[in-house]
Each structure stands twice: as C-alpha cells, then as structure tokens.
Design a protein around this ligand. Sequence first.
Ligand code: BGC
Length: 467
Amino acid sequence: MKTKSKSLFSKICKFYCKKESSTVDHEIRDVCKDLLLTNDQLKLVMERLAEEINRGLNKETHNDSIVKCFTTYVQDLPNGTEKGNFLALDLGGTNFRVLLITLDGQNFDMKSKIYAIPQILMLGTGNQLFDHIAQCLALFVKDLNLQDEVLPLGFTFSFPLTQHGLTKGFLVRWTKGFNVSGVIGEDVVALLEAAISRRNDIKIDVCAILNDTTGTLMSCAWKNRNCRIGLIVGTGSNACYVEKTEKATCAIAGNYNPHKPHMLINTEWGAFGESGVLDFILTEFDRVVDDNSLNPKKQLFEKMISGMYMGELARVILEKLVDNGLLFGGKCPTDLKKRGKFFTKYVSEIEADPKGKYHNCREVLAELGARNVTDQDCENVRYVCSVVSRRAAHLASAGIAMLLNRVNENNVTVGIDGSVYRFHPHFHDLMTEKISELQNHKFDLMLSEDGSGRGAALVAAVASQKR
Ligand code: BGC
C-alpha cells in the first residue's frame, strides 16, 4: 500500500512538474548560447566602453573617437524655481510631439499632441522635414490661441549633434529609421528657425537644443537631486551623465563656462562597437540585422539593445530555428519570414505571459500566421524573446555600471525613459540585478516619465531665466 501510494504521488508530481515547466529544447538553447553573456564578458564591455569614453572626452582623440561624448552645454540642473509657459518639440523616438508646458514651482501642467512623421519624410529632404515640423508647431500654437506670444522653445532632437552652445547643434549622422538628405553637417536650430520664418505666422524663441537623454536627466533631476545619469532604452539607446568639466577637454567651442565644475555629457554610446571592440560578443544574428539595416556597421551597441532592432533580432533567430526544423514542425508562418514583422512589442507581450501559460504568445503567433502551435513551441519562442531582451538589459546595465563607477558617488539616481524600459515586463528588474553585480555603488533606477518633452521645457526654462 505504501509503495503504491508513493508511486501514485510520484506520478502526480511528474505530471505537475511537466505541466509547470515545459522545458526549452536543448537544441534551441544551443542555437542561442552566444547571446548569453557572462559577467566576465560584461566586465570587458565596461572596460572597453570606459576606454572609448576617455577617447571621446579628450580633445586630442575626440575627432577620431567612436563614442563621441558630446558636450551638451547644459551646466545647471533645474532647482524647482523655474516658471512660465514653454514649448517643446520632441523628435527622434517613436513619435513626433509638440508640447506646451507650464512650470510653477513644483507644479507643472502639460498639453501635448502627437503628430505622425510619414516614412516618406523620414527618408526625404531636410526642407520637407523641417517644413512639416514647423507646420505641426504652428497648428498646435494656433489651437491654443498663443500665436501672438513669443514662446521660448526647447527642441529635443534625439540624434548625435556636435554642439557649439545651447542653441547651435550640427547633425553628425542620422540614426534609427531616419535618413533625411541635406541635414548632416548643418545646424539643426538654424534649419528649424528658417522653416518657421518661411511660414511667418508664429513667434518662437528657440532657447535650447538637446538630446532625449539630457531631457530625461533634467526631468528626473527636477524631482530628484541625486540624478546624475540619463538613459534611453527606446527606439534607440544612449546615455548622458554629469562629468567634471576639467575631464571634458573636448569642450572647446561655444558659450560654456569652464569654471563651472560640472557639465552634462551626451555619450552617444549607441555607436560603441564600430571599431570592432564588441566583435567578441556579436552573433551571426546581430550581423544579419546589421546588414539589413539602414546604416550597416554603424550603431552596433544600439542594435544589440534598442527597440528598433529587438523584435527583428528575435525574428531572425526564430526563422533559423524553423529552418532547422526545431520550431513549428519546420513550417514557417508567413509573416515570420518577412523583415520587420515581428514587432518589439511582441517580445514584451510574450514575456508577460505567466510561467506555463501562453495566451499572449499564441495571439502573437496567430497574428504571424501560425495556428495550432504546441505548448513546447510557445515555450521555445518565449525563451528566444527572453534571451534577446536579457542581453539588451545586461548590456545597458554594463554601460550604466561603468557610468556609476565614473560618477563615483553613492545613491545616484539614474533617470530612464524609452518604450523598451517602460513596457518590457522584466527590464527594470533585470537591470537592477545586473548593475548590482557589476559594480559596488548604491543606486536607483527611476522611470523619468515624459523625460524628453518635459526635459526640453526645463532646459529652455533654465536657459531663458539666465537670459
Ligand atoms: C541617437 C541618440 C538618442 C538615442 C535614443 C540614438 O540613435 O543617436 O542621440 O539619444 O537614439 O533616442
């Protein structure tokens, strides 16, 4: 009797264990193994990124450096006394937005509108793009009946800029989905002002141009005095941080005050890896995604982290698994074969399924044309998504751990924005855990709600107060 009940118990146990964790096939793990990074590898990434940052900051090596470390000319963080109405433009993420922000002590009010930038404009001419931006701005201002006021404006322009002051920024390269002709090498503020004056129907005073990382840091610093780092993990990826002015010898031009002890540096870490220093972790899948991108061989670190590429990376791996007969009985769902069809949001949705449940996963697979998939297929698909997103979180963590070492203070807050960080169900936890393993300072990761819009208004506010 005793033995009988024991064997029944072990049968039940086996049944439940099996149910609870359909395990990932070992062939699948094998195909994905190069995407799992050890702490030793991540520490090497930190070391190499630190070297590249030194090259970017130093005026002798800045011109040839890969991680540019651009001076932002933002030297004052907001102190909460900023007041008034400010406009902000936010270009470079998933959406283009125009915002009106009213600051008054610790209160702020925001009205904003999202405008589409049709893909044809993302690949068109500079005049077309800036005329469109000016038109959206004019519509917004007129809607609010503010066309007769001279409004200070902060422009969040989330692409690499060489700045010669707070209102002069020359585009170095386009990234993400943009490739607009006639803008590289030009002062983007001048292009915006020219487009506004071509219309001649609104009065705008452009007080600042800034990167979204800068906006995110400023917006976080407004509430939290310990914020020293701004991070974006969205369509693209990048970070900025507070550096000692004396270390940024590249900051030679422009109207900055070298006597102020600190300055914000926009690292533009997305470009990291272009000199080959990340080849030791690049996988065959990264190379496929890179080869088919708008900017092959560029922005390699960004391509391993950000939302513009995350879904595509997962798709390329899944396609290989199907081709090797390891998924869906070797039959590829129609849309899984098509570039760009496995959206990054699918990664978040699939990973949001509770363990052992595959509701979202089945929905996504049905959208791609795969029906009647097995639990085992779903478990494997989820594994692929988790490997891709974990690696992204771990690489972003290596970058942040390196910056925390540089800032070298305890209790630093990192302000973070971007769709991947916001919507992926585990990104925040993965980063918190990994950053703690990679360095010893105490830190906090804080969602900087609406960083790039609010931050632009704050930079404009600080700048217009000084004027
Ligand atoms: C751009 C950065 C930007 C980041 C996040 C990158 O592609 O080069 O300037 O901060 O995307 O939007």
